[in-house]
Write a protein that binds this ligand. Structure first.
Ligand code: CP3
Length: 327
């Protein structure tokens, strides 16, 4: 690549007027099952920004919905379960995911790889801890108290749940790679709620199994979470080729923590997009400065695009990253 690659988590979505337009009258989950709509929404930010990767438009809870877990995605709230999952029988009732459960995903990726030309398509899945949090809490949670209660109180049920979710995520990622995705990102958005020792005991073996299952495909594996400064070395050891870094830690400090041999992705604070043009430029430069000398850097935000972000500012960030890192 002639410059540092750049894409944005949540680059598709409510920040784009063209997204709001095509989503009118369709629920989020319905939209995810319509291949032509998925392809269109995935392509919108690629056309608008000239980003160096597309991220497949879907949601981390889609595979759960696809195998019959009763849930909805509530606008302005997020994924909400009809019933929280906290008992052994409920865990045992969660099935496995087969490619036939998500035929529309294979179809959408087929449409996309045809249209994207050389632009890579990033597939993704939720990591077991983050999915477990939605299932056990019943919806979005700040403190993850029921999730941790299950984890600490009944380790057998906890590992059974994590193992079931790992199977689902691994199968879901494999469907995407088999259909043509050229990289994958495992989103463990909420795992930063755990200490390193709890991560190692209760979570890491499961995320590791997912990432290992993809090794033979040869696609780069990105492993991302928020508030994970203390977990980064373990997240690398779980099998990442690229470690995603949120905005709480500089990329150079993150590199010291993860060591050589792994690329970093990140890490502009998504709130910076609301600042003056000069402030945005300075902050983008600071991220690039911090990344100079790394074995690999993928420019991104430290978390997803905020829905009220101005697309013009994101477009300017892409231009700046491309211009400044051209070689
Ligand atoms: O990044 C992209 O452009 C691809 C699309 C994508 C979505 N969700 C679309 C979406 C991705 C990668 C996700 C992953 C996801 N979903 C994560 C991990 C990433 C992260 O942000 O940490 C998480 C935690 C979820 C759960 C979830 N789904 C939340 C918190 C929300 C937002 C709720 C809201 O309305 O504020 C959703 C719904 C969702 N997923 C939307 C989009 C575009 C908004 C729904 C809409 O537009 O109607």
């Amino acid at each position: 690549m002639p410059h540092t690659p750049v894409w944005f988590m949540r680059q598709a979505g409510r920040s784009l007027p063209e997204y709001r337009k095509v989503r009118e009258g369709t629920t989020m989950l319905e939209a995810c099952t319509r291949p032509e709509l998925v392809a269109e929404i995935t392509l919108q930010p690629v056309r608008r920004y000239g980003v160096d990767a597309a991220i497949f438009f879907s949601d981390i809870v889609l595979p759960l919905k696809a195998i019959g877990v009763d849930l909805d995605i509530v606008p302005g709230v997020g994924p909400v379960m009809a019933e929280p999952v906290r008992r052994r029988e409920q865990v045992d009732a969660i099935g496995v995911l087969t490619p036939d459960d998500v035929g529309y995903i294979t179809e959408a990726i087929g449409l996309l790889t045809a249209e994207l030309g050389g632009t890579p398509l990033i597939g993704f899945a939720g990591a077991p801890f983050t999915l477990a949090s939605y299932l056990v809490e019943g919806g979005p949670s700040k403190n993850h108290e029921h999730t941790k209660a299950l984890m600490y109180s009944d380790e057998h049920v906890w590992h059974a749940l994590m193992s079931t979710l790992a199977d689902i995520s691994a199968a879901y990622l494999r469907v995407q790679v088999d259909a043509g995705a050229s990289a994958v990102q495992l989103f463990d958005s909420w795992v930063g709620a755990l200490s390193a020792s709890d991560y190692q005991r209760y979570v890491m073996p499961h995320s590791q199994r997912i990432l290992a299952s993809l090794a033979e495909t040869g696609v780069p594996r990105i492993h991302f979470g928020v508030n994970t400064g203390e977990l980064l070395p373990l997240m690398r050891d779980a099998g990442a080729d690229v470690v995603g870094v949120d905005y709480r830690l500089s990329l150079s400090d993150a590199a010291t923590r993860v060591g050589d041999g792994v690329a970093l992705q990140g890490n502009l604070d998504p709130a910076v997009i609301f600042s003056s043009p000069d402030a945005v430029r300075t902050r983008v430069d600071a991220v690039l400065d911090s990344a100079s000398g790394l074995p690999g850097h993928v420019f991104n935000l430290g978390h997803g695009v905020l829905p009220t972000s101005d697309p013009e500012v994101l477009a300017a960030v892409v231009r700046q990253v491309h211009e400044r890192t051209q070689h």
